[in-house]
Ligand binder design. Sequence first.
Ligand code: GDP
Ligand code: MG
Length: 181
Amino acid sequence: MDYDYTFKAMMLGDASVGKTSLTIRYISGSFLEDLKLTIGVDFYSKLTSFKNKKVKLQIWDFGGEERFRFLLSQYCRGANAAFFLYDITNPLTLEHLPDWTNIVRKYAGDIPIMLVGSKVDLEEFRAIPRDEGIRAANKYNLASFVELSSKTGQNVEKAFQVMCSILFEKYVYPNDEFLEL
Ligand code: GDP
Ligand code: MG
């Protein structure tokens, strides 16, 4: 086997918050200006390492259109983690957080969910203060919070490293004293 551990992570959030851009930035290190709308679900995977272990992350990028909602229970099956994205320039995109956390917890159980404020390169158009994101993450018992930009790459690698640390803590070394990154 070419990896020690494998995890399935889901990208969730409204259309256009940047789910596909984040996935592609993380997988390939590039930012593509005109992505096609994701139809249904796209799958990606990346080999990375954490604490000297090889980790294969499978990333499931859900299109999110209403007409594909029927896929959600399947999509959530076997998931180990989720990223919920909202766009810091669009206040409506944070409002659907409780709907998504309910869906995830119903179909995937108590998996770690990271709240991701996307598009921080658009600071001048910011509509959601950082504090509001942090408050939402606490309110809905999420595992972590980060603001990032898939355009500049800011915090992208870090978000996935933090997710790996959370996954290791939960699934690999649940009883160990855990070292901070
Ligand atoms: P999805 O529908 O959630 O998969 O969103 P996409 O990844 O397709 O992105 C929607 C739009 O937002 C596209 O025009 C992207 O180029 C743009 N976008 C995504 N991430 C960023 C970012 O970090 N900064 C900026 N400025 N635009 C972004
Ligand atoms: Mg997409």
